[in-house]
Design a protein around this ligand. Sequence first.
Ligand SMILES: NC(=O)C1=CN([C@@H]2O[C@H](COP(=O)(O)OP(=O)(O)OC[C@H]3O[C@@H](n4cnc5c(N)ncnc54)[C@H](OP(=O)(O)O)[C@@H]3O)[C@@H](O)[C@H]2O)[C@@H](O)CC1
Ligand SMILES: Nc1ncnc2c1ncn2[C@@H]1O[C@H](COP(=O)(O)OP(=O)(O)O)[C@@H](O)[C@H]1O
Ligand SMILES: [K+]
Length: 503
Amino acid sequence: MKIFTAKQVAEIDAYTIINEPISSIDLMERAAGEIYKWITDRFPAPQNCKIFVGPGNNGGDGLALARMLAGGNYSVEVFVLQISDKISADAEANLECIRILNTLDLYEMTSIDSMPWLFKDDIVIDAIFGSGLSRPIEGFALDVVNAINASDANVVAIDIPSGLMAEDNSKNNLRGIVRADFTLSFQFPKLAFLFPENEIYVGEWEIISIGLHPDIISSKTTAYKVLSKEFVKSLLMPRKKFDHKGTYGHGLLISGSYGKMGAAILASRASLRSGIGLLTSHIPRLGYQIMQTAVPEAMVSIDRSDIIFTEYPELSQFKAVAIGPGIDKKQNSFRAIVNLLKEVKVPLVIDADAINIISEHPELKKELPMGSIFTPHVREFERLVGKSGDSYTRNCMQREFAKAHGLTLMLKGAYTAICCPEGSCYFNPTGNPGMATAGSGDVLTGIILSLLSQGYSSHIAAIIGAYLHGLAGDLASVDVGVEALTASDIIDYLPKAWLYLKK
Ligand SMILES: NC(=O)C1=CN([C@@H]2O[C@H](COP(=O)(O)OP(=O)(O)OC[C@H]3O[C@@H](n4cnc5c(N)ncnc54)[C@H](OP(=O)(O)O)[C@@H]3O)[C@@H](O)[C@H]2O)[C@@H](O)CC1
Ligand SMILES: Nc1ncnc2c1ncn2[C@@H]1O[C@H](COP(=O)(O)OP(=O)(O)O)[C@@H](O)[C@H]1O
Ligand SMILES: [K+]
């Protein structure tokens, strides 16, 4: 699913109006009708609805919705904020319509003094500002936002919580944003919904389709997409009858150290559960028996060191290499990484302490092999790329870094962001908080190594890997719940995840 900027959505709107064709007020009616359906489904009548309305088309949606709710056995009060002299034509038309209705109460608000009391069971509809917000909210509208936020009512935001910018909130007043329980976004998600600090404003979000024109949606380009099952499935390569293990490649996994052999076991098992033909696990000597016992399918390459990574086997036989899970950051490991970066000619997955080592030696950033994949979580990302005060800025830095170095840079977490060398950014919707547990990143590294070894290109391997990893976590959470979920569960549910993905 594509994510467009607020400006692009306005263009898509305008195209739809001309080419469907449909009048703008009818499009507003359609949008409000879809919100009405959602509300009647979620909060069946009778209920008390308090609708706060601003001067633009977001307010117009709220006014059209007010008329529908009033006709549907809801008790409706509408509060029109007198914010500016301007009111959009469609909002004005809808305001005229409801002025003559005696089925609802209409109030014009010029100060916070006329703010109604909001009760716990009230449904508050936030239609103050939508995607036309051009600056932080101030004045009495800010007081209204704060009063809504201080209440226990059920707050439903139309299109976007008022005060939240659709993309960049780095200069916003964060105290002037409605904290919705539900956000009903028209046709597409906003980029801001995918950033962790905005969860308190957006609440649960849903996409409400309003029939915007398919031609413009498919032709308009955007850097941002949310992955879908259909898209990920379309990337899978079919297996053929006469394929053999050589067809699916030989991968090298460099992982583990004293006290962290578990990372090597997890990544190895995940790799083998994701379709790799042959896996060689390079580990320090102490891990030999552990690995041979825990993962009999893996071949083992033994480091001269008992406890850390200091060397690697001859590389020509491998189709892909992954390094990092559990390797630690000792000086000898750093030297071995310097050599590996110089020598490796195949795609490389760089995770965990391999990222930290490169971050501590910025001169190594020049050596990064094109086509490599970095898989940092946010702390590792900050060490590698730099700090930022907000997620939008961080995402811009991530895209820039991927472009500048010609590599795929994943930022792990809820909605893992995968930035590709040509500038695109994919967000992964699968996964759950149960995966915030030790070793789940090691599992992801193993999966991606496996996909690279099978011949998937770097950014495709990152996309399939992130989606599959989250899907396995989601399927596991259905059976074991989120608290009890372990990284091993993610591996155990990889078979089901593959089957579900290919269905
Ligand atoms: N997408 C779709 O397909 C469809 C979209 N629809 C709906 O349209 C909405 C977008 O409507 P919109 O463009 O009229 O913008 P909206 O946010 O209502 O208000 C802008 C007004 O507020 C003003 N203003 C801005 N910031 C301000 C501030 N801080 N403090 C004070 N004033 C401020 C601004 O003034 P200006 O910036 O020009 O000074 C302007 O007057 C969209 O979110 C969705 O709900 C549906 O109806 C149909 C299908
Ligand atoms: N709340 C969440 N929602 C979705 N995925 C999550 C969530 N928390 C963690 N994950 C996923 O779990 C993995 C955690 O990786 P990482 O932090 O490197 O763990 P570790 O270092 O313990 O292996 C990442 O792939 C991340 O996307
Ligand atoms: K809104």
